[in-house]
Design a protein around this ligand. Structure first.
Ligand SMILES: [Zn+2]
Length: 440
């Protein structure tokens, strides 16, 4: 065991190992709850039952637990992709607090308990909500993203409490819903006022540190053509002839591609750690009939922007304006599109944020990783997680957790058990170092 651990830290690390079966059992219990992200009717699944289970374990460990269903009206104004009619009824949020002795910093552990659909189920080796241990890995929907991380943070908390480690600051344990769909769960919790100086989210980072993420936009761009019989020599459009919306969309695609290539090199679209901003066309819907000129073409894109491209509030309004201006400039050079300009919809925006490597929570976590024999790697490739929600609320929040993001959302999703153990060790020791440990 590395020498740069205190004797109490060594006891904590050893206790996590001793409780490995408990940790996998806890994860099995979590996976067995069907907490798939809700459909648009927002009918609840097993979210309340899962939160009740977590509440029971945290109460047994001596934490003060609050479980509540935020009102839709409690959500602060945001650009998050939260659909009309969204509510939390039947999908409560949980905050459990282990009050410290005082004189230390408070740390937040946050994890989402919602998972994505298990379809196509017939391809799974074992049923997605009947967790199974095979070859040192635990299989099941959410095992990796991110009930594995949740299990690690809960066990880390139980170990600290069980050994009566006298933390100076509070340890705040928070499980939320609605991460996979919109981020509304953590938005509601952050708005409710969590008292912490920093946070760690054990998303599947492959035991590396995610210090932030790019912001995301999902524009929908619609180009109009004009329908007509594809088998006849067409009249000019100014004489009422048909216009091929697919061909007009090519102009949009080219403009987007040029902008993407520009972003790969432009200084304001670079970041010291994260990949540059990007625009990826993801879905193209066009055409109504095989012998008709397509009357309309609709393009969906996934846009990611670095913090340097964000507006003063951290959102992507400047990115939206730039994309619209570029597309419209290209369209203006085409006589039809000049008269029938492309239309834009911007359904949602999740903001960019990044916690500097030398900020206390990042430095503490990276040091702890190294002290436990892990490579203290800061990942350059990250994806949306709830960190920016808390960071923007004044709680700088990073991610560190078990499992590989490539397993997330996949058929036969799984997490290695040894990584669950490693993550729980790092989380427990990082909490000791960040919150401070008193005399006891
Ligand atoms: Zn996740």
């Amino acid at each position: 065991m590395p020498a740069d651990l205190t004797s109490l830290e060594r006891r904590v690390v050893a206790e996590v190992v001793r409780r490995e079966d408990d940790l996998t059992g806890l994860l099995c219990d979590l996976v067995a709850f069907d907490t798939r992200a809700p459909d648009l009717d927002y009918a609840p699944r097993d979210e309340a039952a899962l939160q009740d289970y977590v509440a029971g374990r945290m109460r047994a460990a001596g934490l003060a637990v609050r479980v509540w269903e935020p009102e839709a009206a409690d959500l602060p104004p945001s650009r998050y992709p939260i659909p009309e009619g969204h509510h939390f009824r039947g999908r409560p949020q949980l905050v459990a607090t282990a009050t410290g002795a005082g004189g230390g910093r408070n740390l937040l552990f946050n994890g989402h308990v919602d998972v994505v659909t298990a379809e196509p189920r017939e391809l799974w080796t074992s049923p997605p909500f009947a967790p199974e241990l095979r070859d040192g890995r635990l299989f099941g929907r959410g095992a990796c993203d991110m009930k594995g991380g949740v299990a690690s943070m809960l066990l880390a908390t139980e170990v600290l409490r069980g050994l009566e480690v006298p933390l100076c600051g509070d340890l705040v344990v928070n499980t939320v819903t609605d991460e996979e769909s919109s981020g509304a769960g953590s938005l509601a919790v952050a708005a409710a006022g969590v008292r912490a100086e920093a946070g760690i989210i054990p998303e599947p980072t492959d035991l590396t540190a995610w210090l932030g993420t790019r912001g995301s936009l999902m524009p929908v761009i619609t180009v109009d053509g004009r329908a007509g019989h594809a088998g006849f020599p067409p009249a000019h459009w100014s004489a009422g002839g048909p216009v091929n919306a697919i061909e007009k969309m090519q102009i949009v695609l080219e403009a987007l591609q040029r902008l993407r290539l520009e972003w790969q090199l432009r200084p304001d679209t670079q970041h010291e750690m994260l990949a540059p901003g990007t625009i990826v066309p993801t879905v193209l819907e066009s055409g109504q009939w095989i012998v008709s000129y397509p009357a309309v073409s609709t393009l969906h894109c996934h846009v990611q922007y670095v913090p340097g491209q964000a507006d003063a509030n951290g959102y992507g309004t400047r990115v939206e304006a730039e994309i619209e201006a570029r597309v419209l400039a290209a369209a203006a050079a085409d006589p039809w599109l000049a008269e029938h300009p492309p239309r834009f919809a911007w359904p949602g925006d999740v903001p960019a944020s990044f916690v500097g490597e030398h900020e206390p929570i990042a430095a503490t976590t990276l040091d702890t990783m190294a002290a436990l024999g892990l490579e203290p790697t800061v990942a350059s490739q990250t994806t949306f997680f709830d960190g920016p929600t808390f960071s923007r609320a004044g709680i700088p929040t990073i991610a560190f957790g078990p499992g590989n993001i490539l397993q997330a959302h996949a058929v036969d999703e799984s997490v290695p058990v040894d990584e669950l153990v490693r993550a729980a060790q790092v989380l427990a020791v990082a909490a000791m170092r960040f919150c401070g440990v008193g005399e006891g």
